[in-house]
Design a protein around this ligand. Sequence first.
Ligand SMILES: [Zn+2]
Length: 286
Amino acid sequence: MIHRHSSVHQLPVIGLILGVLLLGSGALIASEPAASPSPTAVPGGIYRWPLPEGAADLRFNTRPVLTRGAEALVGLPLSQPLGPAEITYRLGDQTRSHVFEVSDKAYSEQHITLKNREMVNPNPEQLARIRRESSRQRALYLAFSDRTPPQNGFLRPLEGPVSSLFGHRRFFNGEPRNPHSGLDIAAPTGAEIRAPADAEVTLVDHLYYNGKTIFLDHGQGLITMYCHLSEPLVNEGETVQQGQVIGLVGATGRVTGPHLHWSVSLNGYRVDPQSMMSMLVPGDAD
Ligand SMILES: [Zn+2]
């Protein structure tokens, strides 16, 4: 374990480590520190930070950061190096920084066989389309609207078994590809997909890999994406309420069967949707 303690608010971290060490030595210690460190400060996770009073203009890698109530939620990319990472912020007329520790998470491998080879090695024309679409999606993920972030939890958009976890290191027909940037939920074609929280619809389109796709903007850099739909049921620019049906499950784009690919993005980085669901609990933003 590597630790950098530069300020008083990180003292609970030391408390937890002491607790763990004492437990390890067989002592009966049950005292939890008042504030434990974020268990998900891992690549692809979310770092939750209780804000110092008066902190403003928070940034991570120069990107604005979501704040709600007295805390900040910072999305960490899957490519985030382990070790210290930094949030900068303003306090009065001073610029300050808060250093936190990113620890390792072992993501497993997943091997997928696709019969349609154009989905593994697209031709030049298809590649041009894919590049256009991915730069458009990147821009949508970097949006930072002033809409109020979710105050009433963050719902699972669809019932059904998880068929692929976020963060899997993936191989298509043996060739390494980017890690899995969302959560796959298996469900029959036509199953209803619901908005996890209030949002504005920022994209409805048919994309090469993602098939029929919807983007939702939940405010302050929290963006979600729904892929492979058989049918979207919303329009760009529309406002949707938490729990509203936004589309139907399908098998469009690069898929082996009907399912929902659900991506959750925070400050422009795809994070584990399951972390977001466990972090945003109804009523906790008061
Ligand atoms: Zn997926």
